[in-house]
Write a protein that binds this ligand. Structure first.
Ligand code: MUC
Ligand code: MG
Length: 376
């Protein structure tokens, strides 16, 4: 009957521009608003599923931009899937792989929407479709990235006071290495020794800078160093990983699961940042976790400043992983002036609650979406 007709009727993609509460700086870009592509999949049974692709500073953090993601979905991924049964997730992923190479953010957003639609059709959370939850709450860190140490200290203290975050990721690499260390010293002195500090250099340092600065990071009690050198320089990354007592967190150096296997074999790091925009889908993200685990690499639940839509898709996967040693960094919903959903993810006692409702467990706020949709 029509209620069980889960064939895909249409797929649409619109561009969203969501202002952030403050400027967010990375070594290679800087944002004051987030660029998302909102995907809506309609099934023949009348159910709609939603998914979100996130970018950071245009085609800068990775090669995809909101414009390229929208074009890939409208012209290639959508046409490859219309008429197919949404429930056949693996077959649909194969179809998307045939229609377009890479374009991971675009593919992941479409697959999220398919999972959301099927979850709503069956009355099941997406986590149940991915094997079921092993955890209901996931620890969540906050990123400090204004570059102004006094402002950052105040911001971190507020997060601690509200019991929302107690671990912090500090974005480095947009100032000189010495200024980075001074900023970290200021934060450590102000926050005390109990707060976990992670640094993300976003590929900005050379091996020489690493050699010079790592002892200072060790002294400051930094617990993770994320992607200190360029993603393509695997030998360099392996050498600097071997020099420090701080684990290296692999981010931009591994998008695909073959890249992950390569960086693992080359000993480029000992923790991996899981992201939908790198894996290109929920199923592939779950496989990334298995590959990392097989190499003895610990897992970190990465983000690209998604709204509650993209964060919920990550939570659906993260909640099913046997191990997630480092929790997650899905602070994205909280850095937006306004979230896109009527039911934002719950942040409480330093954790995010994994949504339990059907599908992704979130519902759009259509007024906010309309307001933030780019007018063409
Ligand atoms: C990245 O490189 O990890 C995630 C958090 C943040 O502040 O930047 C992003 C991307
Ligand atoms: Mg990173």
């Amino acid at each position: 009957d029509s209620a069980s007709d889960t064939r895909i009727r249409s797929i649409s993609a619109s561009i969203i521009e969501a202002p952030t509460v403050r400027r967010h700086k990375l070594s290679n870009t800087e944002i004051a608003h987030q660029g998302f592509v909102l995907v809506r999949v309609q099934l023949e049974n009348g159910v709609t599923g939603i998914g979100e692709a996130s970018t950071l500073g245009g085609p800068r953090w990775a090669e995809e931009s909101v414009e390229s993601i929208q074009a890939a979905i409208q012209n290639y991924l959508g046409p490859a899937l219309v008429g197919q049964n949404a429930m056949l997730f693996e077959a649909n992923a194969v179809r998307m792989a045939k229609a377009a190479t890479r374009n991971f953010a675009a593919k992941a957003a479409v697959e999220s929407a398919l999972f959301d639609a099927i979850g709503h059709t069956l009355g099941l959370p997406v986590s149940a479709l991915l094997g079921g939850r092993v955890r209901d709450r996931i620890g969540v860190i906050w990123a400090l990235a204004s570059g102004d140490a006094a402002q950052e200290l105040e911001e971190a203290r507020e997060k601690l006071r509200l019991r929302q975050h107690r671990d912090f990721k500090i974005k480095l690499g947009f100032n000189s290495p010495d200024a980075d260390i001074r900023r970290l010293q200021h934060l450590r002195a102000g926050l005390g020794d109990d707060v976990k500090l992670i640094v993300d250099v976003n590929q900005a340092w050379t091996e020489a800078i690493c050699i010079r600065l790592f002892p200072a990071l060790e002294e400051l009690g930094v617990v993770l160093i994320e992607q200190p050198v360029p993603a393509s320089q695997r030998e360099t990354m392996a050498r600097v990983a071997a020099r420090t007592h701080i684990p290296l967190l692999i981010d931009e150096a591994a998008f695909t699961n073959s890249e992950l296997a390569s960086v693992a074999t080359q000993a480029c790091g000992s923790v991996y940042s899981l992201k939908l925009v790198k894996s290109g889908g929920l199923l592939e993200l779950k496989r990334a976790a298995g590959i990392a685990q097989a190499f003895g690499i610990e897992l970190y639940g990465g983000c690209l400043l998604e709204s509650s839509i993209g964060a919920a898709a990550h939570m659906a996967v993260f909640s099913t992983l046997p191990k997630l040693e480092w929790g997650s960094e899905h602070f994205g919903p909280r850095i937006l002036v306004d979230d896109l959903v009527a039911t934002p993810l719950v942040f409480e006692e330093y954790e995010i609650h994994v949504p339990t409702g059907p599908g992704l467990g979130i519902a759009l706020d259509e007024d906010k979406v309309r307001f933030m949709t780019r007018k063409v």
